[in-house]
Design a protein around this ligand. Structure first.
Ligand SMILES: Cc1ncc(C[n+]2csc(CCOP(=O)(O)OP(=O)(O)O)c2C)c(N)n1
Length: 339
């Protein structure tokens, strides 16, 4: 079995010694705030304004994973998300107005308004190849895409994101095993938010840890702090390097917590209130912004400006998305039946 490497939580004294340029740290923070503000706006558009309908799963609280990982990847790398994919779409620079338009079912959306929230994280210009609602299904697809990347000799990796529940699926075992046998450049990222709908990890996962299960396939396995974007960034950089050296797939388990229920209507009252409070105290954006301000990577003023610029970008994107029409029925027909 491969050793499991833990990339610990970044301490204030460690931060500068890591040699990560200030611009990169600021970019990570910007991506986190963007993902947070995007979701807060989605909640408002859905619950207060009824401009979004259908299933919708928020990424609130998990921003450190998408932002840290996105900064460690290149524009050529492929990303496969899930129904909880808005955070991945916006941190990968998918056009905000197009993601909003998809959520509102408008023709200018990332899937022409036909997919809705669950498929919004699809935008091939940014190599966001798929957002799937079938739990675990992107894992074997990543293995297959990794094989294509390897055979074509591309300078890229394929990254699949999924939750702790997905690790209990047959797809996980088939996909990770094949990727390991074929030694393909795929990175499997388990966003362990500790619940699969209402099922807590402790009651759904028999092995001691999710990372141990992946390491049993004899692939390099990392455990990152899913509420610390630098920890995730470092794990992803390392994993990408291993993949690009031709040493096969890697696995990252990033433990975090979703701030809200499984879907937008889920009040999540199956979670103990002291647990919710404990994790609210570990808000990844509050912690990371404090770290950067304390370490003088950016000033309070710069952080305030960053937030208001993002707020303006969000408002402009919503306006543009709302101006987009609904698709014609013929568009849907054309997608289902070939001409
Ligand atoms: C193959 C399959 N089985 C069951 C479901 C129903 N389902 C939707 S989400 C979900 C929970 C998944 O939890 P997890 O993988 O931890 O992801 P998270 O929602 O926490 O991001 C389930 C069981 C599904 N969509 N697909």
């Amino acid at each position: 079995m491969n050793d499991i490497v833990t990339v610990g939580t970044t301490t204030p004294t460690e931060l500068k010694g890591l040699g990560i340029p200030d611009e990169k740290l600021k970019s990570i923070l910007r991506k986190m705030v963007l993902a947070r503000r995007f979701e807060e706006k989605v909640e408002e558009l859905y619950l207060k304004m009824a401009l979004i309908t259908g299933p919708c799963h928020l990424y609130l609280g998990m921003e450190a994973i998408a932002a840290g990982a996105a900064e460690a990847l290149t524009v050529d790398d492929y990303v496969l998300a899930t129904y909880r994919g808005h955070g991945h779409a916006v941190t990968r620079d998918a056009p905000l107005d197009k993601v909003f338009a998809e959520l509102m079912g408008r023709v200018d959306g990332t899937c022409k308004g036909l997919g809705g929230s669950m498929h919004a994280a699809t935008w091939t210009e940014k190599k966001l190849m798929l957002a799937t609602a079938i739990v675990g299904s992107n894992i074997p697809i990543a293995a297959g895409m990794g094989l294509a990347v390897k055979k074509k000799g591309l300078d890229a990796v394929v990254v699949a994101y999924f939750g702790d529940g997905a690790v209990n699926s047959g797809s996980f075992n088939e996909g990770v095993n094949l990727a390991a046998v074929w030694k393909v450049p795929a990175i499997f990222v388990c966003e362990n938010n500790q619940y699969a709908m209402s099922l807590p990890e402790a009651r759904g996962v028999a092995s001691k840890s999710i990372a141990e299960r992946a390491a049993a396939y004899d692939i390099p396995t990392f455990v990152a702090d899913g509420n610390d974007p630098v920890s995730v960034y470092r794990a992803m950089k390392e994993a990408r390097g291993i993949c690009r050296r031709g040493d096969g797939p890697c696995f990252i388990e990033a433990r975090t917590y979703r701030m809200k229920g499984h879907g937008i209507y889920d009040k999540a009252d199956y979670r103990p209130s002291d647990e919710v409070r404990e994790w609210a105290g570990k808000d990844p954006i509050a912690m990371f912004s404090k770290l950067l301000v304390d370490q003088k990577v950016l000033s309070e003023k710069e952080y305030g400006d960053m937030r208001s610029t993002i707020d303006n970008e969000i408002e402009a994107a919503v306006k543009k998305a709302r101006a987009s029409p609904y698709p014609e029925f013929s568009t849907l027909q054309g997608m289902v039946y070939p001409e």
